[in-house]
Each structure stands twice: as structure tokens, then as C-alpha cells.
Design a protein around this ligand. Structure first.
Ligand code: FES
Ligand code: FES
Length: 181
């Protein structure tokens, strides 16, 4: 079948098998930001936005999304011009291996679109289906709250500037070398 998507702001027609889930099609076509973790809807690492709502692409049949608007982490900022959420994760050191981060950020983006000024409890509840093996969640929650402040106040960079870490992430991160995509 042919899958018609509005994908990261561009109309795309993608080849798909009827048995595919959205994650299969995205990754086959180079959108490797959504990660394959559990493949059962239990970890959140494959999270994307479908028609604005967060969704686990590993359990989303392609037939359900034909004609939909899909956003992946590739549609956010670039290495030299990060989305405020991405910048906040960097500035708050809210990542270690990074494998869960695309899903965390897409889930957080959906939260801030519906609730621009969430409490810590609301952030924790929103991210409760997204697992991280590394950070212990505290820094991730702090990053989302920081991003909310920046996006409300339209402050693209934190008080500490995040400069050194920003430079670190402006080229391929050495920690990512050899990591599965
Ligand atoms: S890979 Fe989709 S929820 Fe775990
Ligand atoms: S940063 Fe490693 S799984 Fe979250």
C-alpha cells in the first residue's frame, strides 16, 4: 500500500506493507529518531506526534495513520538551531545515552502544546509512559519545566547559556558513536 502522510511539514508518499506499524515505515525511510525499544508499547522510545497527540509508533498500524499529520524529532530543531525543548535538555544535562530522548522530547512537546505551564507533577504524569534507563528522571523533569519557562518567556537560551554543552552537541556527539540508531 501507499501511505500518505504530512510528515514534519512535508507531504510524503511512502511504501508500506499492510502489516507494518508506523515505526517500521519511519525507520525504513531514514527517520531513525523514533527508537525501537520494547516494540510492545511499554517504553515510549518510539513516541511521535500524530495529529498533534503523542503516540507510540511501534503499536500504531499504518492503516490507522494514512492521511494523518505525523511529527518526529527530525522535524524539530537542527544541530545549530535547537528547539527550546532540545536546548533545555542539553543545558540541564538531561540525557546520558540519549536513546529515550527523542520520545521524551516528543511527549514533552505535546504536553507543552496542551499545557504551556505544567506543574512538576503534571510533567511527571505526562512522561510516566516514557522510560529512561540512565538519568533517574529528575533532570528530564527539570528540563521540561525549564523549556516551559523559555517557551512562555520566549527565552531561547538558559541563564547559564549552555554554551559549552551546546558546542559539544553542534557536531556529532562522541557519545553517540557506535550507538544503534
Ligand atoms: S518501542 Fe514503542 S513503546 Fe517501546
Ligand atoms: S538517557 Fe539513556 S535511556 Fe534515557
Amino acid at each position: 500500500m501507499q501511505l500518505e502522510l504530512e510528515l514534519n511539514g512535508q507531504h510524503r508518499t511512502l511504501e508500506a506493507e499492510k502489516s507494518d506499524v508506523l515505526l517500521d515505515v519511519l525507520r525504513r525511510n531514514g527517520y531513525t529518531g523514533p527508537k525501537r525499544g520494547c516494540d510492545t508499547g511499554a517504553c515510549g522510545m518510539c513516541t511521535v506526534q500524530i495529529d498533534g497527540d503523542p503516540a507510540m509508533s511501534c503499536v500504531t498500524p499504518v492503516a490507522k495513520v494514512d492521511g494523518s499529520t505525523v511529527e518526529t524529532i527530525e522535524g524539530l530543531g537542527t544541530q545549530s538551531d535547537l528547539h527550546p525543548l532540545q536546548q533545555a535538555f542539553v543545558d540541564n544535562s538531561a540525557l546520558q545515552c540519549g536513546f529515550c530522548i527523542p520520545g521524551m522530547i516528543m511527549r514533552s512537546k505535546a504536553l507543552l502544546e496542551s499545557n504551556p505551564d505544567p506543574t512538576e507533577t503534571e510533567v511527571r504524569e505526562a512522561l510516566s509512559d516514557n522510560l529512561c534507563r540512565c538519568t533517574g528522571y529528575k533532570k528530564i523533569v527539570e528540563a521540561v519545566l525549564d523549556a516551559a519557562d523559555r517557551m512562555v518567556g520566549e527565552q531561547p537560551v538558559a541563564a547559564d547559556g549552555g554554551g559549552s554543552r551546546c558546542e559539544e552537541f553542534s557536531s556529532p556527539c562522541p557519545r553517540e558513536e557506535g550507538r544503534p540508531q
